[in-house]
Ligand binder design. Structure first.
Ligand code: GRF
Length: 219
């Protein structure tokens, strides 16, 4: 039997992507355990879901640390206490330092609510409406030191419709996030997704998954 892999999920808030990943891990019987849910906010609603599912939780509150470096060091030691094979950022609203990102190179994923490289940063739905784009969406990517950059693993597109608001776009994009994020994490766990360090590009181990999954449009 294959060894169980440890997934550590980082959240700051609602945690709906975390929830989608936990549910997929259970439903699809991944050879993995959600080893911990870690939040930088004590009041993150997602912590309640984690506790209700008997998943260990931890809080590393950024205001308890004098600097970004000190916070990231504490966060790293808390994460490493759970022996992670994969770290999943799921609405984790912190900019991470370079040493932290380097420590998890090739084993840390993020989801961003836009079609990167379009609209990095905050208020992506507002940015999309202001730019007048006809398509919007979400991106799962490996995390690198530059915020919301890093090799793209999966993207899902939705059309921008007449009358769309930030809220309506956010809702439709979120539905897609809940499909592609569990899919990307599942691919990593089953070994069909890995970051090729030399090229800084994600690759898949089979021709099938390469053609089927990379940048697939789930709209
Ligand atoms: C999602 O839109 C995600 O793309 C972004 O933050 C939001 C988190 O939502 N990074 P949730 O906490 O997963 O519900």
């Amino acid at each position: 039997m294959r060894a169980m892999k440890n997934i550590v999920i980082l959240i700051s808030g609602r945690g709906s992507n975390m929830e989608a990943i936990v549910r997929a891990a259970e439903a699809e019987r991944w050879p993995a355990r959600i080893a911990a849910i870690i939040s930088n906010r004590t009041d993150a609603p997602g912590l309640q879901f984690a506790a209700a599912h008997a998943i260990p939780t931890a809080v590393v509150a950024n205001q308890d640390y004098p600097s970004r470096a000190a916070f990231d060091a504490a966060l790293q030691s808390t994460i490493d206490g759970f022996l992670p094979d994969l770290v999943v950022l799921a609405g984790f609203m912190r900019i991470l330092t370079e040493p932290f990102v380097a420590h998890y190179a090739g084993r840390i994923l993020n989801i961003h609510p836009s079609l990167l490289p379009n609209f990095p940063g905050l208020a992506t739905h507002r940015q999309a409406l202001a730019a007048g784009v006809s398509e919007h969406g979400a991106t799962v990517h490996f995390v690198t030191a530059e915020l919301d950059h890093g090799p793209v693993v999966l993207q899902a597109k939705i059309p921008v419709l007449p009358g769309d608001t930030e809220h309506s776009l956010a809702m439709r994009v979120l539905q897609q996030e809940h499909i592609i994020y569990p899919r990307a994490v599942g691919m990593f766990i089953e070994g069909s997704l890995a970051l090729q360090q030399e090229q800084g590009q994600p690759s898949t181990n089979t021709d099938e998954s390469r053609s089927d999954h990379i940048k697939k449009d789930f709209a």
